[in-house]
Design a protein around this ligand. Sequence first.
Ligand code: NAD
Length: 277
Amino acid sequence: MSISSVIKDIKGRLDGKVAIITGAGSGIGFESAVLFAREGADIIAADVNLKSAEAVVERIKEKFPLKSFNRRAVAYKVDVSKEEEVKKLVEFTLKEFGKLNIMFNNAGIMHPHDDNCLNTDEKVWDLTMNIFLKGVWYGCKYAIEAMRKNNNPKGGSIINTASFVGLMGAATPQIAYTASKGAVIALSRELAVTHARECIRVNSLCPGPLHTPLLMDFLNTDEKKNRRLVHLPMGRFGEPIEQAQAALFLASDESSYVTGTEFKVDGGLTAAYVTPE
Ligand code: NAD
């Protein structure tokens, strides 16, 4: 057998699957969209910032030119905190692509005025909850409806981006963000159990602190960065591609017996008492 025929026979890990990724315009979502496309999925790159969603689609087309890339990637503008918009996103996907196999509910913000319990404004609380908690709920609700109709393979994979702060406390508080991420973990676990027999898997991805605009804009001084770095066993922030690799596993059939987990990709942060000098 020649090398070229072997290469031709190698299938992508997401071949034939259709994936919605929210927050696809930046950070984890951006890297996941490119990686999922490389592995054979059709991509609906959804973001509130349409320009950034279009940029990821451009990147996909640039990296995988038409002759080798017969999947499709489209940009879609959505505000995940609006139920009607999320419903339309899933309807669009079913109309254009015929099915939905992977829903990656990943969009997010980090509000600069999200602070401790005493001085966080209700508006900040509500905005954060609307994007993270309601946004994930809406994404799951319409994805489950769509995945129930899937045959061959049956069901699908839902990945909800939570955070290490849903699992451990921090004396650098962001009370609304933390509470919303804890809720995302609880919601994901319950959905995993409820829908397990329909072959719909639901996992939460729990990243550690990352080198993405979301956190780096928030930690805008060396002092703020170092306050966190000392607690990281690996002594560095994670990279978005390291989350995308984990999301790829959860999205693919390789994780067919994985559901209801808090999938930690945190450089050992949640395992550490004292970190190396
Ligand atoms: P990022 O800022 O790089 O990307 C977030 C994307 O979400 C942006 O493109 C933004 O436009 C989009 N977005 C924001 N609000 C939206 C809305 N209402 N509707 C649709 N899209 C919206 O952030 P990231 O670091 O890649 O974060 C992605 C996810 O990972 C978030 O859920 C975040 O909470 C989580 N997370 C991040 C870190 C970190 O350190 N960066 C750690 C743990 C968890």
